[in-house]
Design a protein around this ligand. Structure first.
Ligand SMILES: [Zn+2]
Length: 447
């Protein structure tokens, strides 16, 4: 038999487990870590959202609406269902003046004190009240104090609303004259995409007076900084898209890791930088033999050749958002310049004395013939298939449109072998072309 102490220990433990599951864990996930909870918009645009909780309140909301109207600012009101039913004309006015209305709960009860059934009721009753009065169903909710229980998110989903917290808390509910502090907090912390938490009711007595005073100073200041004030659902639309997340991931992880890999690769294969566009490594020719028109062997298996690698910055410059004709022309111009540098290196550097040809396997073969390369298909071997995947991945990595680019014109994105013999390179790109050859070239051009 268990004694009294053991029973109470077991009871405390059980309560603790229940609390962790019902309150602690959901609050950690949604309130503290904000997983799946909107707290801040897209950082690329100078847009912010002012949000006012706990209203509507006949003492403060009308004045707040006047201030917002004066400055031409739209905001979001997370209202309490009970008060909405009490002051329907205020709710209607908020709606008619173009502001957005969200759910803040029916009775402003802390989520941890709500049973599952009441959690659902708080949401349903508030959403119904808002819809009945304004004709619009709310799409956002902010639970009181930003607190969640195990059912808060389900209850929100059940009424068709998503959670919104904030990234700037102004503590405007405190007692005393907080005006200067509210102004300072906003001015110090504001950034594009900010969601600012304010109150038009509740808190210490007359606390919203501070809020009203503060926003009259803050709004014109932020307008001077070209900030636009938008309702929360507009902010959600320009929120962190997957593109921005991908770019962040790219900047923080993929690019640095890739740079390390590139550095290792360069060391391992003795890749040498020729210019900002091209790098070079000496290789043995692995592809099938290549002969000229007269049947003379130009490159045979095992011959010394130089493999070309584009520099990443060049790839980036190629992939401007609107990959227009102009970009292509610029790329070809850069390529010609680079081939001049390459020819000079091959001529003067004794390490490249035996290089019979330059070549590359690339997806970017459009225009390669125009600058003097021969373009050939590569056999569909397993190794080549890997290379194809790898090159496509590179394109995703460097192209701003990323994977979308691959979907657009996949049939063009087949890697091909581009090559040019040493003689051809020298003929076309050496500045100090021997006189005899110059004549020959001019003659050839006349034909
Ligand atoms: Zn509140």
């Amino acid at each position: 038999m268990l004694d009294w102490t053991s029973w109470s220990m077991a009871a405390v433990l059980a309560l603790l487990i229940v609390w962790i599951l019902y309150a602690g864990l959901p609050d950690l996930l949604y309130h503290i870590l904000c997983i799946g909870v909107f707290t801040k918009g897209f950082g690329g645009e100078r847009r912010i959202a002012l949000t006012f909780d706990d209203g509507p309140d006949p003492r403060f909301t009308p004045e707040l609406l006047t201030i917002l109207r004066t400055f031409g600012v739209t905001a979001t009101f997370f209202v309490i269902g009970q008060k909405a039913l009490q002051y329907p004309e205020l709710l209607r006015q908020i709606n008619e003046e173009g502001h957005e209305i969200g759910i803040h709960g029916f009775s402003h009860t802390h989520a941890w004190y709500l049973t599952p059934v009441r959690t659902f009721r708080e949401f349903r009753d508030t959403a119904d009240a808002i819809e009945r009065i304004t004709g619009t169903r709310p799409t956002s909710y902010r639970p009181p104090w930003g607190m969640f229980n195990l059912f808060t998110k389900w209850a929100g989903t059940a009424v068709g609303a998503t959670p919104v917290l904030w990234n700037i808390s102004t503590y405007d509910w405190r007692k005393g004259d907080q005006t200067a502090l509210i102004v300072r907090t906003i001015v110090k912390k504001v950034c594009p995409g900010s969601v600012i938490l304010l109150h038009d009711s509740g808190g210490a007595s007359n606390a919203p007076c501070n809020t009203l005073q503060a926003i009259q100073e803050v709004i014109p200041f932020l307008q001077q900084l070209n900030y636009d004030f938008i309702p929360i659902s507009n902010m959600k639309q320009v929120s962190y898209t997957y593109k921005e997340r991908y770019r962040q991931l790219n900047r923080i992880w993929i690019q640095p890791l890739w740079n390390i890999w590139e550095w290792l690769f360069a060391k391992l294969y003795k890749v040498e930088v020729i210019d900002p566009l091209m790098r070079l490594s000496i290789n043995r020719w692995q592809h099938s033999n290549i002969s000229d028109e007269q049947g003379r062997s130009l490159i045979g298996k095992g011959d010394t050749v130089a493999e070309l690698h584009f520099q990443n910055d060049f790839l980036r410059s190629l992939s401007s958002e609107d990959s227009s004709e102009r970009t292509a022309i610029q790329a070809i111009r850069q390529m010609r310049k680079s081939l001049h540098n390459l020819a000079a290196t091959l001529q003067h550097d004794p390490r490249y004395k035996h290089v019979k040809a330059i070549y590359g396997v690339t997806l970017i073969h459009r225009g390669a013939e125009g600058v003097g390369f021969h373009v050939a298909d590569i056999p569909n071997t397993l190794g080549n298939r890997y290379e194809k995947l790898f090159l496509r991945w590179l394109l995703i990595l460097y192209h701003p449109q990323g994977a979308k680019r691959l979907q657009k014109r996949t049939h063009l994105l087949v890697p091909r072998l581009v090559w040019m013999s040493r003689e051809e390179l020298f003929n076309q790109y050496l500045q100090a072309v021997p006189k005899q050859k110059q004549h020959k070239q001019q003659g050839a051009a006349l034909h």
